[in-house]
Design a protein around this ligand. Structure first.
Ligand SMILES: [Zn+2]
Length: 81
């Protein structure tokens, strides 16, 4: 999967409505064009890799606070090489 950073930036601009970072109130958001996922810890402390959430990190350029955006909800990914 490849992140369409231009489309994601436009979607966040539309939906977040220029919201600042909740911790430092800066507006310098940086989109990391990579998809990451948390790993679920199931019963017996086993890692469950059957279901993943494709998340795109969006980081405040001032303090480092990072929000994770579900790539599928905003439709900002495409299958890639
Ligand atoms: Zn911040």
């Amino acid at each position: 999967m490849i992140v369409d950073t231009d489309k994601l930036a436009k979607e966040l601009e539309k939906r977040w409505k220029n919201i600042p970072c909740p911790f430092c109130e800066d507006h310098n958001w940086r989109i990391d064009p990579k998809i990451v996922t948390p790993i679920e810890v199931g019963n017996n402390k086993r890692l469950n890799l059957e279901k993943i959430q494709p998340l795109i990190p969006v980081t405040c350029g001032c303090c480092g606070y990072t929000a994770f955006i579900n790539a599928l909800v905003l439709g900002c990914v495409r299958e890639g090489e």
